[in-house]
Design a protein. Sequence first.
Length: 249
Amino acid sequence: MSKLIIANFKMNKTESETKDYLINFLSKFEDDKADLILAVPFTSISTARYMLSGRNISLSAQNICEDDKIGCTGEISGKMLADSGVRYVIVGHSERRNRFKENSKMINNKIKNALKNRLTAILCVGESLVDKNTMNTLSTLKNQIEEALKGLYENELENIIIAYEPVWAIGSGKTPTEKEIELAVKAIRKVISDDFSQKASEQIKIVYGGSINPKNINKFKDIEELSGVLLGGACLDSNIFMQIINSII
Ligand code: 13P
């Protein structure tokens, strides 16, 4: 099975910058080599959709409103996202949990709204440095996953991807050891098997994100339990991004 590669642009690239980026990137990328999902800013979705037409590359949003009710100035509904050509949406990223105070109830609502609109939610979970230093990594993961997936039916997990992103690894240049990632992924699968089923826990896709770059990519690509990776800073330069893709495939 080809590896899943998710690129989170975060709040980077204007619409015209995205266009220039994609002209360069699409001339090099061979669609059948990897499952690629580009999470571009809202303002670039329409241009990216146009440029990706006929290509086997998916688009993701980076956020979704908790519900599609009216009276939400500044928010983007699930219906709007689905109509814009997006198939995925990132939910629960630590930058939104921490800076925008998104709590577990909001994350649960966002996931439900994504599913209602036939979008696949990329649920980010991960421990803080304090959690790690106090040996609370696995309990944090369990709690975040259980709260985020509360009330979901087992068949809905087909439309969930879990991204393990330790908060301390994001943008820091630091990464967990292979052993630490394996333990985290096993713990995530155990939560899914305890709360849903063994089958669901075997089938759910889990990716790793946090300070991945061309030098350390080899460490992640051979971890069998992982379905792929979630990149931040390293996807912003299309040449660096291609180097990473070429190392994974
Ligand atoms: P970095 O790869 O820049 O550490 O970011 C990871 C991330 O937050 C992706 O969602």
